[in-house]
Ligand binder design. Sequence first.
Ligand code: ZN
Length: 282
Amino acid sequence: MQTLQKLSNRLFYLPPYQKTDRPILAAIVGDNQTLLIDSGNSSNHAKQFKEQLTSYHIVGDILALTHWHWDHVFGLYEMDMPSIANVITNDKITQLQELSWEDKELDERVKAGIEIPFCADAIKLELGSNREVIIQNPTIIFEKRIRLNLGGVTCIIEHVGGDHSSDSNLIYILEEKALFLGDCLYANMYAEKWHYTIEKMYKLLEKIESYNAEIYFLSHHPAPLTKDEFDRFALLLKTSASLTQKHHGELNAVAAEMSSHFERELTEDDLEIITYFVNGYA
Ligand SMILES: [Zn+2]
């Protein structure tokens, strides 16, 4: 079981759990209101988070969604509070409400290439035999950007999109210099080949770097990144993008120049990133 982490009196998070694809959940505690980030991948996940918050006498008042994917929205019913989403997330949730999560329907969607095999497996594992999922409609729907005053803490939620999901938001906690990136820096996985596209990545990184942050939360990374760690990750993404462009998507050429550029052997993670850019190169 994951344990709630306290980073300051204002900032708490529950680490992700890879086995059933549970993302990070967070609480931003203001003097007047507490914002929760994402609802979790099931009622159990949401309940676990709420219970651990209770032990710190924290109760969520309002919830912001980073994007529509199942693992971020299936806990909405259990969270039972007003939620904030952008227009695209809202539309996607309306589509999710129509779907069945039983084995048969999940397997059919995997076969049709609409559902990702590892998501279907994680859904089965997380939900067990209770596949009744109620995904409530978000309460507050915004287009581009919304600013919240929680009392002593300011949160900016901005729609940034990106390859992973076109509805991705980032959530910036001004006084804490904390930036929640959801899954926006991960690849597009709802495609035949998982991929990044060069233009979307440049645009996204430019947007992210316009925020003055010292701690970065990626929803499926085990721990938040420091500024240095994030900068190194961003540099890796930018270098991969520019070398993919330069070598016209030739994987071996990109890998060779990357290795000499950074003067080190490439890791599996490096190669995965390069492969995603090569897959997205057209
Ligand atoms: Zn996602």
